[in-house]
Design a protein around this ligand. Structure first.
Ligand code: FAD
Ligand code: 2HG
Ligand code: ZN
Length: 502
């Protein structure tokens, strides 16, 4: 039997009691203990923002949210939870899209937003050491005067934390250029499930001294410990950045276009992002960026946003102009149009058309999000097959599913398949799963390219991971967290036989 997260075994965990709240209050100042239990007196509605996820799809029932300011406070809280066998959900900006950041039942939420200090920045090496609760955008702003940028960028940058980014191994819009966090994170500080502080906050570029333990926590989704500090390599800001949005008559042109763009732009190419027509129309409809004119989008089936980042503006602009000229002047053009940004405002506006799709989708309805890696050539097919499947089930109509869209990071082979419905319903859910997971598995793809497993896909892990891999993951979880308190039920089910509290 494969468990759904909501049915995951929780008998080994205790609920928070009034005595526990008293203990928490002896570790943290009163303003950092939000609880509906005495001696605290927080209104239940004040906990809503911590109990419910960004999409309004996952709902926890925690009575208590703790907001520590220091690593020592995190350690003291965790130690207490370890002794009392209380489940913990580490929480950053709560922008996760797989239900990993909110409780399944009544686990304590440890929210890191009060841990928001930069610890150090070395403008020579570009190494930044920061508390885990620093918001990504604030780190970008902090290092900007030193002409450095964060190696990652994503639509949630105004709310997500660097700790949450590391815990989810977030990908985003710069992965094509700067690679994944497995490469740029140099060190981390973590509070382990028994409260021990693991200090691996080195800022060394090279360190081959046995197992690279930090890698285990990158993408562990808060199941092995709470990340309290991050050391990360930030690249120098490019001297010049440009972007262009290209309108394509057919999806079939995306691959040849990607090949051609790579060939012509080579080292200055920094993003190659895909939006299908419906995703584009939704972004425009919901005010995400300034759309192109009717003529400019006429006949376009999809769009690609290309960004360049290089060392010399005139050189980069010349290359981009040459690219556009050659694409439009070809005998059988791959594009119908291309609009080059002419100002910083237009540069941001073109980006908004792509990074604003998630926001637009949330305004349009309730989204079922499938964040998959499949061969690039199948991106459109996967979206079409899913839409046809929903139609064949009689679910593609007003009142049920409104749109099926595809967008994402072509350069990384990562498609975001979003099914937008009026409401979340069991009928739609059952039509989509395991259908989509089987489809992904048939392409030997990944059921989660960048958002993680969370509470959403725990039961589906086997579509992307072998039994041997899952068994090893369980052993690792068991080694770090034998009491099963850290983000329980996600993203693997622990064998907790004999741990049930009588
Ligand atoms: P949360 O949502 O709070 O938590 C996410 C997971 O990490 C949970 O399992 C939580 O328990 C764990 N966690 C959080 N903080 C810690 C910590 N300090 N220690 C241990 N565990 C922790 N994701 C991408 O990969 N690429 C994108 O391009 C992208 N774009 C997005 C755009 C929008 C508009 C939105 C809403 C989301 C997007 N996401 C994207 C998903 C999400 O923003 C990322 O996964 C982000 O990294 C989560 O950070 P957070 O601080 O909000 O973490
Ligand atoms: C993006 O690339 C994010 O915009 C979010 O990863 C994708 O909302 C989504 O499905
Ligand atoms: Zn993405």
């Amino acid at each position: 039997r494969r468990w759904h997260s909501a049915e995951a075994p929780f008998e080994h965990l205790n609920p928070v009691t009034e005595q526990d709240v008293q203990q928490f209050a002896s570790i943290l100042p009163p303003s950092s203990v939000l609880s509906t239990l005495p001696p605290s007196s927080t209104a239940a509605s004040e906990l809503d923002q911590y109990n419910n996820d960004w999409m309004g799809k996952y709902h926890g029932k925690s009575t208590t949210v703790l907001k520590p300011k220091t690593t020592q406070q995190v350690s003291d809280i965790v130690k207490l939870c370890w002794e009392r066998r209380i489940g913990i959900v580490p929480q950053g900006g709560n922008t996760g899209l797989v239900g990993g950041s909110v409780p399944i039942h009544d686990e304590v939420v440890v929210n890191l937003s009060n841990m928001n200090k930069v610890r150090s920045f070395d403008p020579v090496s570009g190494i930044l050491v920061a508390d885990a609760g620093c918001i990504l955008q604030s780190l970008t702003d902090y290092i900007a005067p030193h002409h450095h940028i964060m190696p990652l960028d994503l639509g949630a940058k105004g709310s997500c934390h660097i700790g949450g980014n590391v815990a989810t191994n977030a990908g985003g819009l710069r992965l094509l250029r700067y690679g994944s966090l497995h490469g740029s994170v140099l060190g981390i500080e973590v509070v382990l499930p028994d409260g021990t502080i693991l200090d691996q906050l080195t800022s060394l570029r090279k360190d081959n001294t046995g197992y690279d333990l930090k890698q285990l926590f990158i993408g562990a989704e808060g199941t092995l410990g709470i990340i309290t500090g991050v050391s990360i390599l930030t690249p120098p800001a490019p001297q010049a950045s440009n972007n262009v949005i290209l309108a394509l008559p057919h999806f079939d042109n995306v691959l040849p276009l990607y090949k051609e763009v790579k060939r012509q732009l080579s080292e200055i190419l920094s993003a190659f992002e895909f939006i299908d027509r419906t995703a584009y129309d939704l972004a425009v409809k919901h005010g995400q960026g300034r759309g192109l004119t009717e003529e400019e989008v006429d006949g376009a089936q999809c769009f690609v946003l290309v960004e360049t980042s290089g060392g010399r503006r005139d050189h980069d602009e010349e290359k981009l102009n040459d690219l556009l000229e050659s694409l439009l002047g070809a005998d059988q053009p791959l594009i119908t149009n291309g609009v080059l940004s002419q100002s910083p405002a237009q540069f941001s506006s073109l980006w908004s058309l792509r990074e604003g799709v998630t926001e637009a989708v949330s305004k349009e309805g309730k989204a079922y999000k499938y964040d998959i890696s499949v061969p690039l050539s199948t991106f459109k097919q996967v979206v079409d097959v899913t839409r046809d499947h929903l139609r064949s089930k009689g679910l593609l109509h007003d009142g049920a599913v409104k749109h099926v869209i595809g967008y994402g990071h072509v350069g990384d082979g990562n498609l975001h398949l979003n099914v937008i419905a009026e409401q979340y319903t069991d009928e739609i859910q059952d039509a989509l799963e395991p259908f989509i997971y089987e489809l992904v598995a048939s392409h030997r793809g990944s059921i989660s390219a960048e958002h993680g497993i969370g509470a959403m896909k725990t039961h589906a892990l086997h579509f992307s991971k072998s039994d041997v891999s899952i068994a090893l993951m369980k052993q690792i979880k068991q080694l770090f967290d034998p009491r099963g308190i850290m983000n329980p039920g996600k993203p693997i089910f622990q064998d907790l036989n004999g741990l049930a509290i009588k």
